[in-house]
Ligand binder design. Structure first.
Ligand code: UDX
Length: 400
């Protein structure tokens, strides 16, 4: 029988990331792939990030595709009049996720349900949630909605998190112990304290608990890259599936009108792509520390002079909020030294930069997205891990 509304035929996925750039990008990639496969998509941002997303593109809102739409929920943090273009402080954000997100998310699912009953959208068939958002499992269970957890970290990092959880449960956690089933990995690659009140320790415990209970977990990686970690995860979890690497899938699938839909929270500097055209193949060192890393002014200067003294051309992305305590001051001596061969910008389209033939190497903080994007682009990495899963990624990049 023919349905009156063609939208009714579509499966409808609701996707919700943890609200920082490194978690939004891969989930947004998955949303695009599902949309390409015929899904109706609802992508959930926090109000804060939604404003940043469209401000950075000079838009008020997105009025594009009827079968790919955005919804927002408040993040429970103090409101600011203006959108401050910075990554929110992770400790209060994590606390707020735990305490404040369930209610508005539950209300959103109810609104989507009403809208489906009224025939405006297809009924929600499933939820894809970032693995670090534990409230989503509760919300899905309440209305018996199928849920898939999505790990934005590598299989090895996910394994470390689960093992740390299991060790801590047994009261065995010591920062320097070996992590079972992982060669040369120790809890102190991930956490700097075992204090259960520390927000990273709390987040790890929460994430591990929801992944251990989840019917299915998917990871932005591929099996050949992390064979051992996958074997171990498969023996611990009901169902775990590698679904990456996204950069290569996304480059293969035509995105038609969704091309214009971006997930970057900062405005991209397009000048750097023009600038790269003027450089020799494989000659430029690309330097980018992702969306969360911060450093002292002294450390920034060390990097600055290290890069200058390398005598190589470099493209260095210095986010406006990279330096602790305020703006970046680079001396005129430094600027004179590098200006004829190098460029500093505040944000770029990283995948386009990494795939540019002029790029010869990547000085990276080893965020999992950066790592996998660099592997897909065939660019060798020099590692400076900062925190969380980055030391684990660094060890794998360097040793495995
Ligand atoms: C964080 C963690 O570090 C990471 O390991 C975790 O798995 C996800 O959250 P982040 O530190 O921001 O993310 O690094 P990364 O994982 O590399 O993600 C940054 C994303 O922003 C990448 O997709 C990258 O392409 C994009 N980006 C970054 C840009 O498009 N332009 C930039 O200038 C910088």
């Amino acid at each position: 029988m023919q349905m009156s509304n063609p939208a009714e035929k579509k499966p409808h996925a609701v996707l919700i990331p943890y609200s920082v750039q490194g978690h939004i990008n891969p989930l947004f990639g998955l949303a695009k792939l599902l949309h390409h496969r015929g899904f109706h998509i609802t992508f959930v941002h926090t109000e804060y990030n939604y404003k940043r997303l469209f401000n950075s593109r000079g838009l008020k809102a997105f009025d594009g595709s009827p079968d790919f739409h955005f919804e927002t929920i408040p993040d429970g943090l103090p409101l600011t009049d203006e959108v401050v273009n910075v990554t929110q402080d992770l400790a209060p954000l994590s606390k707020s996720v735990r305490e404040n997100f369930l209610l508005p998310f539950r209300e959103l699912l109810a609104r989507l349900h009403d809208s489906a009953i009224a025939g405006h959208i297809p009924p929600v068939t499933g939820l894809v949630s970032d693995y670090s958002l534990t409230f989503t499992t509760q919300a899905a269970q309440e209305i018996t909605l199928p849920i898939l957890l999505f790990s934005t970290a590598s299989a090895s990092s996910l394994l470390s998190i689960l093992q740390i959880r299991i060790l801590s449960d047994k009261g065995l956690i010591s920062l320097k112990d070996r992590i079972p089933t992982m060669k040369n990995f120790r809890p102190n690659h991930f956490i700097r304290t075992t204090d259960p009140n520390n927000f990273i320790v709390k987040s790890i415990i929460d994430m591990a608990d929801s992944v251990l209970k989840a019917p299915t977990t998917v990871i932005n990686t591929y099996e050949e890259l992390e064979t051992e970690a996958f074997k171990a995860l498969s023996s611990m979890l009901p169902s775990v599936c590698p679904i990456g690497p996204f950069p290569s899938f996304l480059n293969q699938s035509p995105q038609n009108h969704l091309e214009s839909l971006a997930s970057n929270l900062w405005k991209e500097d397009t000048e750097c792509l023009e600038w790269l055209k003027s450089k020799e193949p494989n000659s430029v060192v690309y330097v980018n520390f992702g969306s969360i890393t911060v450093m002292s002014p002294e450390k920034l200067l060390e990097f600055a002079w290290g890069l200058a003294n390398s005598k190589r051309p470099f493209l260095w992305i210095i986010r406006p909020d990279l330096v602790i305590g305020g703006s970046v001051i680079l001396s005129s001596e430094f600027v004179n030294e590098i200006s004829d061969r190098s460029l500093i910008a505040s944000w770029c389209s990283q995948e386009q930069v990494l795939n540019h033939p002029s790029i010869g190497g990547f000085l990276t903080h080893c965020g999992w997205n950066s790592t996998i994007e660099s592997i897909c682009a065939g660019v060798p990495m020099v590692c400076w891990p900062f925190f969380a899963d980055q030391p684990t990624n660094c060890r794998n990049i360097c040793n495995e």
